[in-house]
Design a protein. Structure first.
Length: 197
């Protein structure tokens, strides 16, 4: 069984034009919908800002006299490939996108089919059932919105739990995560109730 492969997205010109129009419309609202801790693919922000912030947070991390702290790096395996289409539609609805706009995105995302090439010739076709296309200009923007739902869930859990303590360098701004596209850096105080999230 093949575990590691990257499909090539072969899309026609009309598809590319439509997705570029959708992306241009999403660019105008993505910075308002995504939390300040997500800087990847958000217009007006740079992923480099989160990298610099992470470096600053880890500076002197091994010093014993500092308050207990915890950092957990989460790498979402096959992140784009595992996005459920129903969840994506619910996410777009949650963020208030118009129904017609959602249907355009749904049409682009769900018209996915695969073919395996052996010795240079395609053999059969199968329809996709989930996932975002690698290389599609829409995919990073849609994935940022999906990750924003995770951020909202974590925020809600932290607000309701009451036992969470922020990382000592992040408590003033209530920062508990940094987003790097499909990677997360979770930050907290190193106690059992905070690490439990």
């Amino acid at each position: 069984m093949v575990a590691e492969f990257r499909p090539i997205s072969c899309c026609n010109v009309l598809y590319k034009i439509i997705t570029k129009i959708i992306v241009q419309r999403m660019r105008g609202v993505l910075d308002k919908l995504s939390s300040p801790s997500q800087n990847a693919f958000v217009p007006g922000r740079s992923i480099g800002d989160n990298i610099l912030l992470a470096q600053e947070l880890f500076h002197g991390y091994n010093q014993q006299h500092l308050p207990p702290r915890c950092a957990l790096k989460v790498d979402l395996r096959k992140a784009y490939d595992t996005v459920e289409w129903d969840f994506l539609n619910s996410t777009l609805t949650l963020f208030g996108f118009p129904a017609q706009f959602i249907s355009w995105i749904e049409e682009c995302v769900t018209t996915l089919s695969f073919s395996v090439c052996l010795n240079g010739s395609p053999h059969g076709y199968s329809r996709g059932v989930r996932g975002l296309r690698q290389g599609d200009p829409m995919s990073p923007f849609l994935f940022v919105l999906v990750m924003e739902v995770l951020t909202l869930i974590l925020h809600q859990f932290i607000d309701q739990d009451g036992g969470f303590s922020y990382h000592w360098r992040c408590s003033e701004v209530q920062l508990f995560q940094l987003g790097f596209a499909d990677d997360l850096l979770l930050l907290s105080r190193a106690d059992s109730s905070s690490v439990h999230i």
